[in-house]
Structures are given as structure tokens and as C-alpha cells.
Design a protein around this ligand. Structure first.
Ligand code: DGL
Length: 276
């Protein structure tokens, strides 16, 4: 097959959350070029149906492919839970079998075994991710003797998307949801933040999480997993350009996105609005 022109690594999320993955990926793999796409206009995805999350995610993946990305990371648990498998198994063979789409749930689950002593794992996620049972299924597959307790936090993503992460509303909901999860089982010693928006609430989460509970953030885990993937797939690594650049696209207002993203990634961001 003819060799494709290399392109940036695509990173997709429904909104700002994927920046928590991108930031860590760029620390571990700074030499590659990245193209971030946030579907802010249609966020949150977490309360939407399978059909819609799949349709929106496929549109985003196609869009990033059209921009030249050979590899796309779904930096979104909801999209990874509800759309990844269908895209990998049904759509990619038809669109272009040489391109790749990777998710964030599998690498997170692979890493979780190293943190727990009690083998009781809590998972915070969007309603969509928790209802999909994806974490339960993946954890049962890799660690059959672990117990998993999921709790959906429908208000956490809207708090982040509406820049209320530091406000009193965030205190109320973070405290309430941590209490609800920990009430399910007192032996939970490891809690997965199974939504890429949640690290943006980290200071509140740390404040209300009981002492001694390990909080699993996905950014570094996904970054190291991607590093490992590219080492094992030098053919794909060759198809990712290395200029150290990062461009940002959003489906909502570019200025609003740029302001928020600049604070979050710690450097000036100039996003462009696109319709996908
Ligand atoms: N950040 C996404 C996730 O990891 C989804 C947030 C949303 O749009 O509900 O699940």
C-alpha cells in the first residue's frame, strides 16, 4: 500500500477535558506535532445516547483524518466507552485501515493494578461512561478478583465547561459525589477519575477525598501508553510529524476556548473555530 503523508497526532475530546491528556502527552512526547479538537459546541457528551456520541465522535475522527492525522487519540472516556470499538472495528477498515484511533480506558485500567492494596476500585465518570460498564468489563478482564464501584457525576463536566471549577458549586457537588462513592464500600483505596474533565477539579477532589485514597489521573498514564505504542509501532511513529507544534480547534467560540485553554496548558493558545 502507498505510504501516507505524515501528519500531526490528533487529540479529541467533547470539550476542555482532553487538554488534561494533551498536556501530559506533550511532556512525555514533546517532539511530535499535535492537533487538538474540542467539540465544545456539543459538550457535554456524558448524558447523550450511544447513537449521538458515536455519530459526533466519528465526525470528529473523520475531520482529524481530513487534516492529515494518521493517529487519533480519543481523549474522552465517554467517546472511548461508546464509540471507540465500533469505529475501530466497523469504520476504520472502510475509511482507511492503516490509520489508528486509540482510547483512554484500556491504558488506565492496565495501570490501576499497581495502586490498590484492597482491590476495591472506585470509578468516577460521566453517566454515559458509568452506564456503559466499560470500566467494570475491562477491570474484570484484567483483574478478575477486583471489585469495582462506579459513580456518575453529571454535574462535574458542566462545572468545568462553564468555568465554575473554583466556585462554591464545585465544592458542593464534589463533596456530595465523593461521599456517595465512598459510601458504596469503605474499603475503596483507589479511585479512577474516569473522565478527562475531572483533573480540572483536582484541588477540590483532593480536599474532599478521604486520606490515603489514591486518585488515578489519566494524563500521565495515557502519555506513557502512547509512548510505548509508538515504540512498538515504528511504522506509525514515522507517520507522525515531529515539529513540536500544537494547534487547537474548537466547534464553539474560538476566543472563549483560547482564554480557558491558555490558562490550562500554561502557554498562549490561539484556537480556530471549525464546523465538523
Ligand atoms: N471528557 C469526557 C470524558 O472523558 C466527556 C465529558 C462530557 O462531554 O460529558 O468522558
Amino acid at each position: 500500500m502507498e505510504e501516507k503523508a505524515p501528519g500531526p497526532i490528533g487529540v479529541f475530546d467533547s470539550g476542555f477535558g482532553g487538554l488534561s491528556i494533551l498536556r501530559e502527552v506533550r511532556k512525555v512526547l514533546p517532539h511530535y506535532d499535535y492537533l487538538f479538537l474540542g467539540d465544545n459546541a456539543r459538550a457535554p457528551y456524558g448524558t447523550r445516547s450511544y447513537e449521538l456520541v458515536y455519530r459526533f465522535t466519528l465526525q470528529a475522527v473523520r475531520y482529524l483524518f481530513d487534516q492529515g492525522c494518521q493517529l487519533v487519540i480519543l481523549a474522552c472516556n465517554t467517546a472511548s466507552a461508546k464509540a471507540l470499538r465500533t469505529i475501530q472495528q466497523r469504520d476504520l477498515p472502510a475509511i482507511d485501515p492503516t490509520r489508528r484511533v486509540l482510547g483512554v480506558i484500556r491504558p488506565t485500567v492496565e495501570a490501576v493494578g499497581q495502586y490498590t492494596l484492597t482491590r476495591h476500585i472506585g470509578v468516577f465518570g460521566t453517566p454515559g461512561t458509568i452506564q456503559s460498564g466499560s470500566y467494570d468489563i475491562e477491570i474484570a478482564h484484567l483483574y478478575p478478583d477486583f471489585s469495582v464501584y462506579g459513580h456518575a457525576c453529571p454535574m462535574w463536566v458542566p462545572l468545568v465547561e462553564n468555568q465554575e471549577s473554583d466556585g462554591p458549586g464545585a465544592d458542593y457537588f464534589v463533596k456530595k459525589d465523593i461521599h456517595a462513592l465512598m459510601s458504596l464500600c469503605p474499603d475503596i483505596d483507589t479511585v479512577i477519575l474516569g473522565c478527562t474533565h475531572y483533573p480540572l477539579l483536582m484541588s477540590k477532589i483532593r480536599q474532599y477525598m478521604p486520606q490515603g485514597v489514591h486518585i488515578v489521573e489519566q494524563g500521565r498514564i495515557v502519555a506513557h501508553s502512547l509512548d510505548d505504542y509508538l515504540r512498538r509501532h515504528p511504522d506509525m511513529a514515522r507517520r507522525c510529524t515531529r515539529g513540536g507544534t500544537c494547534s487547537y480547534l474548537t466547534t464553539d467560540d474560538a476566543e472563549k476556548f483560547s482564554t480557558m485553554a491558555s490558562v490550562f496548558v500554561g502557554e498562549p493558545v490561539t484556537a480556530r473555530q471549525v464546523s465538523i
